[in-house]
Design a protein around this ligand. Structure first.
Ligand code: ZN
Length: 491
């Protein structure tokens, strides 16, 4: 502490005013409330926006940060935090060796490398520590260019959001006024692809939307296009050759064509080469025939029969259906022609391949499409799948994305609406991708999963769709109003 105190009073200590409040290319802090003092190779930093009247609250905040610093290597080993009392209250103070920030890296090719390392650092920290960093080149530095990066900022968040990640990438584009060579940005995109893979799973769906949404002057639009092209490059795969590599897993379309189209578009841009459809193409929604047609033409698709498909194909409106489902099923039968009903009737109750099984309802159920996988039944169903010597059972019917997994040692993990999941060794899992056309987990966007067949990992996705079109069609076709309101609420 005494040494810290001495630093303040070094004759050579100088305040770095020119480095505060600068956004963009210049080296420094974008926050106008930051105060920096450089002294004898050290940097002292505070943020007047974080002033507190009492010292205890601040001390707790800094304790948490110091604890994170002890458990990780985010910050330079010399970094220390202290609470400073001033006439205006308490301020957080940090001191760290002066490092070179990524802003100061030259030439441009080295700067691009440094940004790639920064983004990789952010992605890994999010995955391994559940900590989000502010990914800005001013916030990262190193002692020597070939050595590791350190985080210079003091702020962290509970996760790295898609919008923050997209901003860390796209906001680099206008910072280089001279870099008009599109091949450069395409190349950077291609380099980022594999780095983003662990956070995006098999596809860039959510990140892609944010990368396109990030506000950018039209002058840089071509750079963004080139970047996106580069990012998509390694994942553009071709259907129809060899083993499936990336499979779109979807369930419970329920006659909601705009939702189905949004999912198929997203899956296609992710580069899928195959499909697994877990049943309930029809029932509830206003476009049963169109949905059957779209599903029937999917290339390399394994499809199974849902309870609604069964009732409508065979004309046996099941007594187990509630009155809403029965009314919708009766209406649906009238809409379908013989070919569509024949396609529904041709669907098998289950599809079994390699180490996995696909059903609509529950694997243990004799007809596979009526019973549910839920709190009271998942253990029996996992046991059943293990007994079949399979590792994965894909199912739908509950309309909620979910993974139940059992480890070799018998430990159970339940993941509701996970972002990503991977099959461990000697594990057995029940996996539900959520519903395309009628989500019931409070999120009205269409749900699906992408299964990376080589890595054995799945990513779970939500895409918005033109829900107003579906609501309008439900009302125009005289289907029960409750079908519209539940779609709106996602329940
Ligand atoms: Zn369903």
């Amino acid at each position: 502490m005494a040494a810290l105190f001495e630093l303040f009073y070094q004759p050579g200590a100088k305040e770095w005013r020119s480095k505060v409040g600068v956004a963009g290319k210049a080296d420094g802090s974008g926050k106008p409330t930051t105060r920096l003092l450089a002294a004898d190779g050290w940097v002292l930093k505070t943020d007047i926006a974080r002033a507190r009247e009492g010292g205890d609250e601040l001390r707790e905040e800094l304790e948490r940060m110091a604890d994170l610093a002890r458990r990780t290597t985010l910050w330079h080993p010399t970094k220390q935090w202290a609470v400073m009392r001033t006439s205006d209250g308490y301020l957080p103070l940090s001191v760290c060796r002066e490092l070179q920030t990524l802003r100061a890296v030259t030439p441009l090719s080295a700067r691009l490398d440094a940004w790639t390392r920064m983004i990789s650092f952010g992605v890994q920290t999010h995955i391994e520590r559940g900590v989000g960093l502010d990914l800005n080149p001013s916030n990262f530095g190193f002692e020597r260019p070939e050595e590791r990066l350190y985080y210079l900022d003091d702020e962290t968040s509970p996760r790295l959001g898609w919008a923050e990640l997209a901003s860390a990438i796209v906001s680099r584009l206008p910072e280089e006024p001279e870099a008009d060579d599109l091949a450069l940005w395409r190349g950077w995109g291609a380099e980022l692809g594999p780095i983003l893979e662990p956070i995006c799973g098999g596809a860039l769906v959510e990140l892609d939307a944010e990368l396109r949404r990030y506000p950018l002057h039209s002058r840089f639009a071509e750079r963004r296009d080139a970047l996106l092209e580069g990012l998509a490059r390694p994942r553009r795969r071709r259907a129809g050759r060899g083993e499936p590599e990336l499979t779109c897993v979807l369930a419970d379309v329920h006659g909601n064509l705009p939702a189905l189209e949004a999912v198929l578009d997203a899956a296609q841009s992710a580069g899928v080469d195959s499909y697994i459809f877990l049943g309930d193409a029809v029932g509830y929604g206003p476009w049963p025939g169109e949905c059957v047609a779209r599903l029937a033409e999917l290339p390399r698709a394994a499809c199974v029969r849902g309870n609604h498909d069964h009732a409508i194909a065979t004309g046996t409106i099941h007594t187990g259906m509630n009155s809403l489902a029965r009314r919708a099923a009766t209406w649906t039968i009238e809409q379908l022609g013989a070919p569509e009903r024949a396609w529904l009737a041709s669907l098998p109750l289950e599809h079994r391949a390699e180490n996995w099984l696909a059903v609509h309802g529950a694997p243990k159920d004799p007809n596979r499409f009526l019973a549910y996988v839920y709190e009271l039944t998942y253990e029996d169903n996992i046991q059943h799948v293990a007994g079949m010597e399979l590792s994965i059972c894909l199912y739908g019917h509950t309309h909620v994305p979910f993974v139940h997994e059992r480890s070799a040692a018998g430990g159970i993990r339940k993941l509701r609406a996970p972002a990503a999941w991977a099959l461990g060794e000697r594990q057995v899992a029940l996996v539900n991708p959520g519903a395309v056309g009628q989500p019931r987990d409070g999120d009205r966007r269409a749900a699906f999963a992408l299964w990376d067949r080589r890595a054995g990992s799945m990513s779970f996705h939500r895409v918005p769709y033109r829900i107003e079109d579906t609501l309008r069609a439900i009302r125009a076709r005289g289907l029960p109003e409750e079908l519209a309101s539940r779609l709106e609420e996602g329940r």
